[in-house]
Design a protein around this ligand. Structure first.
Ligand code: NAP
Ligand code: GDD
Length: 331
């Protein structure tokens, strides 16, 4: 609790997709929110600018131990949500060292800061279905063995186990949320759903004719980010720290995502999607499908936005955004 009497939360990765939704959610719940941002020559606050005046931003980096200790010391939160990561899978082959430093060791940096300052602070780790990779069973649940297929997935496995280890070594309330893919109009432009939704919007407005994609057969369990941040918070309110799978329980191919997005505005995806091997990965995760029975039963969590509604929402948002930019002469 801060002097205001409100619970305090630190969110790393607040400028990212999930950070922005989680911060909004926590503000609605009456929290004082402290967002960790890293120094940049230009500000990248697009996702948080509509509530920036209601939160406190603090400078730190997950690769700098002292800076994280300062954040935890100054904010003195009840809860820390570690969402920061190098999160784009293809980049993890191009920058495997950086990915390991931020996405793996960065987790230890935050846990160490908590251990040193106050072990009673609760910790959430943003773990990933990419840890299942070459999935050893379908659907994947908390007990499914990990078999990561990218340097990113390997780094997330480290992040998961170091979280479990700090819980077991120091009795800390540290939980790992194993979240399957979740998307939104705030998704980064390079991820496949957003690439498709922006492509559809540009084609619909006559700004483009095609979208170039890689493997159309890959299948993912896609949900809406706004639903998934609710699960993060619920995990942190339980009596005991445990790990949970969070997923929609449906799997769809990239091809189906194209079909849903193009048909939403009356277009045929086959007229506009070109397969470009440039976007194939050195090792692919072919099929993800999560079993979130534990989260649904214990946390009473249920997602509210369906796959087709999600793709439609993202296309509509991109069309609106492009039209707005056009009015201001940016297109
Ligand atoms: P995102 O949009 O890529 O956001 C990543 C955030 O991490 C950004 O705020 C970024 O800051 C920050 N960051 C990167 N390197 C950092 C560093 N060295 N120090 C401090 N901050 C740093 O990711 P997201 O989709 O919101 O995902 C949030 C978390 O959940 C990530 O850990 C991701 O791996 C994990 N996850 C995501 C999904 C999903 O489907 N979205 C599923 C499972 C797990 P800048 O703005 O400065 O770049
Ligand atoms: N990005 C991208 N671009 N992916 C493509 C493309 C393309 O042009 N064409 C096909 N795909 C396929 C990829 O090969 C992959 O199988 C699938 O679409 C999803 O790719 P992404 O949207 O980039 O997400 P991801 O599944 O690799 O990773 C996301 O979800 C993870 C949870 O499972 C990220 O958010 C990770 O940070 C997260 O942990």
């Amino acid at each position: 609790m801060g002097s205001s009497g409100k619970p305090r939360a630190v969110v790393t990765g607040i400028t990212g997709q999930d950070g922005s939704y989680l911060a909004e959610f926590l503000l609605e719940k009456g929290y004082d929110v402290f967002g960790v941002v890293r120094r940049s020559s230009t500000e990248k606050f697009e996702r948080i600018k509509h509530f920036q005046d209601r939160i406190t931003l603090m400078h730190a980096d997950l690769t700098d131990q002292g800076s994280m200790i300062d954040v935890i010391t100054e904010a003195r939160p009840r809860e820390v949500y570690n969402l920061a990561a190098q999160s784009f899978v293809p980049t993890s082959w191009k920058q495997p060292m950086l990915t390991g430093q931020v996405t793996a060791l960065g987790v230890t940096c935050v846990l160490e800061a908590i251990r040193v300052v106050d072990k009673s602070i609760r910790f959430y780790q943003a773990s990933s279905s990419e840890m299942f990779g070459n999935a050893q069973e379908t659907p994947q649940r908390e007990s499914t063995p990990f078999y990561p297929r990218s340097p990113y997935g390997v780094a997330k496995v480290y992040g998961h186990w170091i979280t479990v280890n700090y819980r077991e070594s120091y009795g800390m309330f540290a939980v790992s949320g194993i979240l399957f893919n979740h998307e939104s109009p705030r998704r980064g432009l390079e991820f496949v759903t957003r690439k498709i939704s922006l492509g559809v919007a540009r084609i619909r407005l006559g700004l483009d004719t095609e979208v170039r994609l890689g493997n159309l057969d890959a299948k993912r369990d896609w949900g809406y980010a706004g639903d998934y941040v609710r699960a993060m918070w619920l995990m942190m309110q339980q009596e005991t720290p445990e790990d949970y799978v969070v997923s929609s329980g449906e799997t769809h191919s990239v091809r189906e995502a194209c079909e849903a997005a193009f048909s939403h505005v009356g277009l045929n995806w086959e007229d506009h999607v070109t397969v470009d091997p440039k976007f194939y990965r050195p090792a692919e995760v072919h099929l993800l499908l999560g079993d979130s029975a534990k989260a649904r039963t214990r946390l009473k969590w249920t997602p509210e936005v369906s796959f087709r509604d999600l793709m439609g929402m993202m296309v509509d948002a991109d069309i609106e955004r492009l039209q707005r930019e056009n009015q201001h002469g940016a297109v």
